[in-house]
Ligand binder design. Structure first.
Ligand SMILES: *Cc1c(COP(=O)(O)O)cnc(C)c1O
Length: 407
């Protein structure tokens, strides 16, 4: 049996096709090896202040308060919830995958009253129902609408612009929070235009870094609500964080190496140009969707208008166990795609296509998937999906101004 020796040859550039953590370019790995510095020195101020400024364009905001906690995306949810709400507050949340379900659970644990709108997994965000619930809330008890911008379970992107329009149509004063952990820095995000009040992201997806940073932005409206919010917070006190970083400090020992990495990541995103980053993700994702169609398989996401450009969840035929495909692909070829989560476990796999990814890298993932599926007796013709993606990638916008993943 031929071994692909993934652990030997692929250690420097591990080709994982899971929707986070993503591949980390060598340039970022090197940046994250910097020496420790005195975090009470001007040198640290020169690191943190430009970083917080540099994040704003990625959120699509000119005046948001940006902050970075040494934590993961889940902690980012906790930070926004505990700093902006009080026990007994009512929040409105659609549940359409594992990540929205986990955020709902976190709100329950914090003593919030959660109005859940349950949706079929694979459907987009239920804009009409959100509007109806807000319209029915005559006493304006709902304090916030919490939306998972990109449901990584199903490969569905929520139309936040439409959610904002629904909120405006009812003139409801609730805040709008978004989980953008698997979308920020990969898919267009317009915090100011959509008037999103709190946005949560993490270092290990679109930013292509090691896990360990919760990256958050708050609107001026959210900042104004903070003093009245009564939930407990200590480590995740946003007031402490903003007070310290305003002067170039940090409320405790900062994750300096991850911050070096983020500085480099922002430089890469800026060099490529955010519009080109989004176009690259759109192009790569559409090639993946063409491959899935050529295999005769279907996406979990039902409506093309809500297809995610960072992850595609794919149903396997009803008589197959998707988990076996994941296991076989990893064991035989040393390559991972994401497993099905929650009620989609065993029924679907997920192709992550975000972060440091190019068309040739994606083609290798699709080609490997074809081999793994054929090995397990799936009715797949080798090269069918790859050819569909190749055709799309050759036709794709190859803008001369675009320098993907500039070195
Ligand atoms: C990955 C992910 C998270 C969780 O992030 P952690 O960093 O693992 O805590 C939250 N929401 C979405 C949509 C995600 O994809």
């Amino acid at each position: 049996m031929i071994s692909d020796l993934g652990e030997v040859y692929m250690s420097a550039q591990n080709p994982i096709f899971i929707p986070g953590p993503t591949n980390t370019p060598d340039r970022l790995r090197q940046a994250m090896q910097g020496q420790n510095i005195d975090h009470r020195s001007p040198e640290f101020a020169d690191l943190i202040i430009p970083l917080l400024d540099g994040l704003r364009p990625v959120f699509g905001s000119s005046d948001a308060a940006t902050m970075i906690f040494p934590a993961t995306g889940t902690a980012g949810w906790e930070a926004v919830v505990s700093n902006l709400l009080s026990a007994g507050d009512r929040v409105l949340m659609p549940r359409y995958g594992v990540f929205s379900a986990r955020w709902i659970e976190l709100c329950h644990r914090h003593g919030l009253l959660v109005d859940v709108i349950d949706c079929a997994w694979g459907d987009g965000v239920p804009v009409a129902q959100i509007e109806a619930r807000l319209a029915a809330d005559h006493q304006r008890r709902i304090k916030a609408v919490l939306i998972t911008h990109n449901e990584t379970t199903t490969g569905v992107r929520a139309d936040l612009e439409a959610v904002r329009a629904a909120m405006d149509a009812t003139s409801h004063p609730a805040m709008l929070f978004a989980d953008a952990v698997s979308s920020l820095a990969s898919i267009d995000f317009r915090m100011d235009e959509w008037r999103v009040d709190a946005v949560v992201a993490g270092s290990q997806k679109g930013f292509m870094l090691n896990p360990g940073l919760a990256i958050i932005a708050l609107s001026q409206k959210a900042l104004a609500q903070m003093p009245a919010a009564g939930l407990y917070r200590s480590f995740f006190s946003i007031a402490d964080m903003l007070a310290a970083t305003r002067d170039g400090g940090y409320p405790y020992t900062p994750p300096t190496q991850l911050l070096y990495g983020l500085r480099e990541s922002l430089a890469m995103l800026q060099a490529e140009g955010l519009a080109n980053v989004y176009a690259r993700h759109d192009n790569i994702a559409e090639g993946v969707r063409k491959a899935v169609a050529a295999w005769g398989l279907s996406l979990v996401a039902r409506d093309p208008s809500c297809y995610s450009n960072t992850v595609s969840a794919v149903y396997v035929p009803a008589d197959r166990d998707a988990a076996r495909l994941n296991q076989h692909m990893a064991a035989a070829y040393g390559v991972s795609v994401g497993v099905g989560l929650g009620q989609l476990q065993g029924k679907s796999f997920r192709i992550g296509h975000l972060g440091a990814l190019t068309r040739p890298m994606m083609l290798s993932g699709l080609a490997t998937l074809e081999m793994a599926m054929l090995d397990l007796g799936y009715p797949i013709e080798l090269g069918s999906g790859v050819a569909a993606a190749q055709t799309h990638y050759r036709e794709g916008d190859q803008s001369p101004n675009s320098t993907p993943l500039a070195a």
